[in-house]
Design a protein around this ligand. Sequence first.
Ligand code: NAP
Ligand code: GCO
Length: 268
Amino acid sequence: MDMSILERFSLEGKVALVTGGAYGIGFAIAEAYAMAGAKIAFNCRGQEHLDKALADYEAKGIQAKGYLCDVTDEEQVQEMVESIKKELGVIDILVNNAGIIKRIPMTEMSAADFRQVVDIDLNAPFIVSKAVLPDMIEKGHGKIINVCSMMSELGRETVSAYAAAKGGLKMLTKNICSEYGEYNIQCNGIGPGYIATPQTAPLREVQADGSRHPFDRFILSKTPAARWGNPEDLMGPAVFLASDASDFVNGQILYVDGGILAYIGKQP
Ligand code: NAP
Ligand code: GCO
């Protein structure tokens, strides 16, 4: 009997690694994967973040495995992947979610700052993908989801390093698709719009006079949905990209942006 349509979205028996899954978008994606039946592994750099995340997953009934691992460090990544293999099994689903942003005008940005953003947001997805691909090839299937951005398509002031990294991540996604699609490995991107997480908190800060941050107002004028996204808005699209339902989807970036990329913006 053919798989039912809902079974196509099941992640039962799968092992998922979500990098940077301690909070924010990564936490929501990992939670969704657990709800769909997957075993969850996540990592971050801060012990405090790790401890709080384990408690937060536990509070949702999720027995996640957490690892202290800087995704830019190839040795730490290899060790983490080996530990996950021993404790949970071979990684079936990788979400390259860990990321940072530095909002600095390019002419004022140091080369070191530029490099750090590119290192975490682009080099690290290469490092972690390279660590999980051999087992995916041997197993005959795998899902890699790269967390891209509006800045994979558009620029804006002060985010030169981030946009360069996320633009590169879009092309790394297409290249992993091209190089490993024949092994039944699908590599797609998910492109969140403006999502309310700690990373965007400075852009939503309430002003001294109680008014909305100018950037907050700007984003609401540019979003047909007239709201910021929440990490929960990414849960369904992320499950789709990790499941059998997307086995013939490869090299695509699925934008979850409330319509920003389609819209010129509300007339002032
Ligand atoms: P966030 O709230 O700042 O969380 C980032 C996570 O990544 C944290 O768990 C952080 O934990 C971890 N991390 C950062 N650098 C790391 C490293 N070198 N090694 C391991 N873990 C690291 O960010 P977010 O808003 O959830 O964003 C998650 C991803 O979505 C990022 O790639 C971001 O670029 C992308 N994105 C965000 C938005 C948005 O509007 N929020 C929109 C589009 C795309 P530690 O600091 O403890 O390591
Ligand atoms: C910014 C924001 C954005 C979001 C996201 C949009 O400063 O413009 O941080 O970059 O994080 O990437 O998709």
